[in-house]
Ligand binder design. Sequence first.
Ligand SMILES: NC(=O)c1ccc[n+]([C@@H]2O[C@H](COP(=O)([O-])OP(=O)(O)OC[C@H]3O[C@@H](n4cnc5c(N)ncnc54)[C@H](O)[C@@H]3O)[C@@H](O)[C@H]2O)c1
Length: 335
Amino acid sequence: MAILVTGGEGYIGSHCVIALMDAGYDTVVFDNESTGFASTGRILSGIGSKGKLLGIMKGDLLERKDLDAVFSRYDIDAAIHFAAFSQVAESMGDPAKYYRNNVGGTMNLLDAMKDHGVKRIVFSSTAATYGEPEYVPIDEKHPQNPINPYGRTKLDIEYMMDDYDRAYGIKSVRLRYFNVAGADTLGRVGECHDPETHLIPNILKSTFGDGRTFRMFGTDYPTRDGTCVRDYVNVEDLADAHILALKYLENGGKTDFFNLGTNEGSTVKEVFAVCEKVTGKKIPVSEEGRRPGDPATLVADNKKARAVLGWAPSRTLEHSVKTAYDWEVRRRSEC
Ligand SMILES: NC(=O)c1ccc[n+]([C@@H]2O[C@H](COP(=O)([O-])OP(=O)(O)OC[C@H]3O[C@@H](n4cnc5c(N)ncnc54)[C@H](O)[C@@H]3O)[C@@H](O)[C@H]2O)c1
């Protein structure tokens, strides 16, 4: 039996493949390499662990025959579904691309699971499904009113998963990530997006003396130092939560959803200071006006994931910054 990991050559998916293998699961990666990398697949293939990477299939969720091929070839027990497009700004300019890939792609996956008798799925949802916070920390009872097409595609998928459970008995766990950060502690995989919209890699990219200045948007928010507060959850802690979610479903858990965050927020200035400390460099920065659509504070309440899944995030922001920096240095020297 194996776990199918869609998007396993991407940032979070690749860390999860390693965590799965470390936990003794055999895995199969399914990825179209649109934002993920064949080079990541090669690295994953070279990792020996308790579980095996049985295969990497280059396939597209939008091609039902690709999905049928993977479910026919391997004995799939459950799916962990990362594959999606996730750039908010792009989703505003081209919502069709997002509805097609995220909603249409997930529907194909769920249909293939239904037809091949696979009854469990862990899904990458997002804090973006909540929209403008009505209160913080945000718990799972907070209303879901996403403010961009990306967030709406993820919410549509959550509804779809409820319906597929009711009608076809496919149980799902939807994990609503806050701001994912860091890289593999052993430096094997890390984050590589283009364009990069995440704060930590963007700050770190300005440490290499190539004339890049980090642009800090908004310093007049009603927060402790005027910059936005976000909840940075370490990518290896996040991967651990997927293993726990899988075990929860294996043990007969019902369809459910959980926030994955740390309960703590850091301001942009605090993250910036950690980046300067970890790299030992003075990072060039320009303070600019607010960007539209950035709420002042987004922090998770993670009590439900702690209580039901037994998840306990443990890695610090400093660890996330250090591993992200080590990864960026390595990536630059090898590319
Ligand atoms: N990174 C974050 O902070 C964050 C926060 C909240 C939610 N998420 C969600 O987590 C998931 C993973 O995010 P990530 O940062 O690792 O993104 P990523 O872009 O690095 O990885 C996505 C992977 O999915 C693959 N893919 C996309 N469309 C596909 C398709 N049609 N068929 C097959 N493969 C396809 C890509 O090639 C890539 O390898 C996404 O669903 C994203 O929406 C991420």
